[in-house]
Design a binder for this molecule. Structure first.
Ligand code: GLC
Length: 429
């Protein structure tokens, strides 16, 4: 398939998934507005329809909670068979909740980085003036309401907040959650995608149990930090947050806003991130389980995100790339896995080629790692991963994830961010 044709298809897909004020991440599997999906969808849309891209962002921000939290799903009254449905969250019991139907948890804060990129490419000062206060409030909420140990690292309280919902790095913490009273529910995620490509039932029950704990606490941030059995300082989430702080700071400077508060978040986070999450003996970053007081020593592609966040020193970057990313026993293509980049190291016993976040290639992870590699001048490697990403999109269409052995598309069909990122891979900056 020639490249312009690929972009025609990408544009048609984003148009097809356009639901008015927002774009569905996947037409049947994900029929509402998801937080970090929307940021990437806006980036994709900006290549051919900037006004529509800005609507996408404003729609997402319309779901912001009064305390600054930006939810992982904004439902927009669109009827669907998706579970959890808006009623399940019971957000109306929180004094902080949005007046719109939303979920009660957040997602990786990619949005500010995308907003800054749109401004750098298209100069949109009026738009920045409108959204900057909301972005600042979200960052402040992450650095305070989610700071469990005064480190300025944000904790996540649910695997869904990581964006890598079913990653094997959650297995041990999830197993520690006692499954006594699972609220009644009916899964929607296996209606449109084969069960073998989705989370196991027992994991899903734990996802739901966590939500039940949160709704019983009325989403009070202090109670959530105290009670959530899942309380993790995640490498991926905090790398994206640090990068977003950097981009927020650049916008603040350009628009004459104070930068001191952002500087202090960035300085504290950087020092604590490397103290708490870097493991020098393995040359890897690992998440930290705040509740259990231990590192989560599972090797997943999240370990490369500090390159995106600019948090790794050149020496740390060299170890990540040379000892791990380029290692065919872990991430590099080999006789078994032919495509960059498996989302879990193939050396992990939990690695599975076709199950959701347990191993397949995800285009978003490829893009985040490519951006990080370019930041640290590993240009040739970034080009290789970019070439593979384009090949997967051209061969198997815009799917949610791909089997690294044969490039087969898995999960949701017509997946929006896979289409959106085709523009970045093809046209770049
Ligand atoms: C899945 C992914 C999550 C994404 C959502 C909507 O739940 O794990 O990262 O935001 O789908 O696409």
């Amino acid at each position: 398939m020639t490249a312009p044709h690929l972009l025609d298809l990408a544009r048609a897909l984003l148009r097809k998934n356009d639901a008015g004020p927002f774009t569905k991440p996947g037409p049947r599997q994900y029929p509402h507005q998801w937080n970090w999906d929307s940021a990437l969808i806006a980036l994709g849309l900006s290549h051919f329809d900037l006004p529509r891209a800005l609507i996408e962002i404003r729609s997402l921000l319309s779901g912001q909670w009064k305390d600054g939290m930006l939810p992982h799903i904004v439902y927009h009254d669109a009827p669907s068979d998706y579970f959890p449905n808006p009623a399940f969250w019971q957000i109306e019991n929180s004094p902080n909740a949005s007046v719109f139907p939303t979920s009660g948890i957040t997602q990786p804060p990619l949005l500010t980085t995308i907003v800054r990129r749109l401004h750098a490419r298209h100069s949109i000062p009026n738009f920045i003036g409108k959204v900057y206060p909301s972005l600042l409030r979200w960052h402040r909420w992450l650095h305070t309401a989610r700071d469990a140990d005064n480190s300025r690292l944000a904790c996540i309280i649910h695997p869904w907040e990581s964006g890598t919902d079913d990653s094997p790095r959650w297995l041990e913490v999830m197993e520690s959650i006692r499954l006594q009273e699972v609220p009644e529910f009916r899964r929607g995620d296996t209606l449109h995608v084969p069960a073998a490509e989705r989370p196991h039932q027992v994991d899903y029950e734990r996802f739901i149990c966590l939500i039940d704990i949160f709704r019983r606490a009325n989403y009070d941030p202090t109670a959530l930090l105290a009670r959530s059995p899942f309380l993790v300082q995640d490498v991926l989430f905090n790398s994206i947050l640090h990068r977003a702080d950097e981009d927020l700071r650049a916008l603040a400077e350009e628009f004459g806003q104070p930068t001191g508060e952002i500087d202090s978040w960035m300085n504290d986070l950087r020092a604590n991130f490397n103290r708490q999450l870097w493991d020098d003996s393995h040359g890897l970053y690992f998440d930290y389980d705040q509740r259990g007081g231990a590192s989560i020593m599972i090797n997943t592609a999240a370990t490369f995100l500090p390159l995106f966040g600019g948090l790794a020193s050149p020496e740390q970057a060299k170890r990540l790339v040379e000892e791990h990313l380029q290692n065919p026993l872990e991430y590099a293509p080999n006789e078994n896995a032919h495509y960059w980049l498996t989302t879990t190291s193939q050396s992990e016993p939990a690695w599975e080629a076709r199950r959701y976040w347990r191993g397949p290639v995800w285009i978003i992870l490829n893009w985040l790692v490519i951006e990080g590699l370019r930041r640290y001048n590993y240009t040739d490697l970034a080009d290789l991963i970019q070439r593979d990403s384009l090949e997967l999109l051209a061969r198997s269409g815009f799917r949610e994830y791909y089997d690294p052995r044969d490039g087969l598309g898995c999960g949701s069909i017509d997946f929006s961010w896979s289409a959106a990122l085709a523009f970045e891979f093809q046209e770049g900056v």
